[in-house]
Design a protein around this ligand. Sequence first.
Ligand code: NAD
Length: 725
Amino acid sequence: MIYAGNAIQVQMHDHQLAKLTFDLKNQSVNKLNAATLVELKEAIEAINIAIIGVEGVKGLMLTSAKSSFIVGADITEFLQFFGRDEQDLINANMQVNETFCALEDLPIPTVSLINGLALGGGFEVCLSTDYRIMATDAKVGLPEVKLGIFPGWGGTVRLPRIIGLDNAIEWVCGAKEKKSTVALHEGAVDAVVAHDQLLEAGEHLLNQCIKGDLSYAAKRDPKLAKLALGPMEQLMAFETSKGFVAGKAGPHYPSPVTAIKTMQKHAGMTRDKALVIEAKGFAKMAQTSVAANLVGVFLADQYLKRTVKALAKKATKVEQAAVLGAGIMGGGIAYQSAFKGVPIVMKDIAEPAITLGLDEATGILEKRVERGQMKPAQMAQVLNKIRPTLNYADIKNVDLVVEAVVENPKVKGIVLAEIEAQVKPSTVITSNTSTISIDLLAKSLKDPTRFCGMHFFNPVHKMPLVEVIRGSQSSEETIATTVAYANAMGKKPIVVNDCPGFFVNRVLFPYFGGFGLLLEQGVNFSRVDKIMERFGWPMGPAYLLDVVGIDTAHHAQAVMAEGFPDRMAGQGEAGVDLMFKEQRLGQKNKLGFYAYEKDKKGRLQKQVDDSLVEKLASLCANPQEFTDEQIIDYLMIPLCLEVARCLEENIIATPAEADLALVYGIGFPPFLGGALKYMDAIGLQNFCDKADALAGVSPLYSVPKQMREMAADGETFYNKLQPAH
Ligand code: NAD
């Protein structure tokens, strides 16, 4: 044994080759946490000694004893790390660089044998070896920009010198995992072999180097030198990509463009100088609130995965599901279940509806085939998993039913009782209602413990969130089975307690209320949309209402007003009321706040309709002037306060789940980290002061009790209410 640690072992593989194995103790995957990096430094020192010592090491293979190679740096260490001052961060990265350079500078040939995922720092280690051999089914990539940073352990320096500048920019800024075929084609790896041939291929390659048939220096030298590209070509590549990437990333996500600028700065430098430039650029990005918030969203997602896993222990596996109602939602749910491999019966009362539901699923699948994401035979397999029927008897053996018929409590009550009469006693029954109380619907069932809400978002195949709504009588097994089924469908299930609007609509409607209040004071809706889109929302409130459907919003608005009359009744409802009266229903009838027309590609394009501007003016006798910041406050404050209220009333369990539900359910800007992160960043006392300044405008701006106390105590939501994640 040349070196033995908790994460790394180095031993002789045969008489001249050594093998360094990553195998982090008590973990399912390898990560480059701080302790592993210390071991890597020690291991390389030990190898240097073994080269001149009795072992006489002549070549080195990097391998992993796990199913993945190295999944990356340890993201749970990031937030604390990013909190250091700039010079500290630069020094820390330079220390890791020293280790990676020591690996790169070993006086023997080196190869990484990539058996599974090698991402981020895990791939940057591989870039430090002379050669990379990859298993057919492994994946590599540099996903750092998704977390608001960029590769900081030599990735931006080595990759362009290995695969060329254009490709490297695409790898770094696109942040995608690359398959072995692509990695080989672009030169990021030197060979691709079957899993069980990795070692043999590694030995063969190193032996060729040792014999002198292959020159590892020829592979190593370009990585140590300036980027081999003429100044004109460089200028073209950097300037074009900066424009393109800036356009794609948008103003709130600076790290991809900063990565390009960093590559541009160090293109004319040799390795060691270039690494300093990279470390400086990295430190700047690591200190942004964007990076902290994106890492926060990632950690919240990990936390959610753990809660889902814990619940799964009580779940019954859904082998066969059913959806009642083959409408927009029913068709989408059937597609998603079948696509993820869970067969589903789709029942409706009308033949044409069944055809529509199947058309919905077929349409989504055809697009996948067109884009080359699926073969026609696979499409047929998915469609075969959807069994359309008009006959109730066909649902009798299923493990879980999703009711997705029209949003009418009487119809739903009848349908739920009919379902219960058909299915097994153990079948879980759920409703996709968006507004009706789960406890109210539970009254239609003989056994309300087997019932809960399962609220999907439209379009089902695109929207990640599923709210699983716990009624007062839902059993833990019912919740667990529903969560596990949503998870099996590839969705993000978040458990919430029953109340009007559940969690997402309950906090979204006060935001629409704030928008309505602005309309009533003469503010132009398209100006509000532009401001909120610039703020970071994927679409402004008027456009979002058109997408949701004005009839749906009108109905939900009434439900919310009835549920929370003290603060939601009559608060900014007039705009949606007027639109509904005029039957401007939004995208569904191509006329809402905007007028819609299909473009050549069949996509709906919106246009401002001046006649509506005049009609909305009738809501306001005395138009007021608003600054952009006031407009943002009018909308954001009611949403955020309602999120705080939901936490206080235990509608949702933790800040992490609340913020994730907003990011996954309504596209809350991820760079802000969610509503609670947003308030924590502003400071709770400052936020209360802002809300208090609008208290006279509407009860939508009234601060909930616990939040006011937390503000007075100088607390934050994440410090006080989030269990460690
Ligand atoms: P939809 O009108 O498109 O579809 C409803 C379907 O139910 C129709 O095909 C109808 O024929 C069928 N149906 C009616 N009575 C039935 C019965 N007794 N048995 C079987 N099928 C019956 O409606 P949708 O937009 O798909 O909404 C369905 C449910 O999903 C509603 O509760 C709605 O609130 C909820 N939801 C909708 C959205 C959305 O954006 N559309 C989002 C989330 C939740």
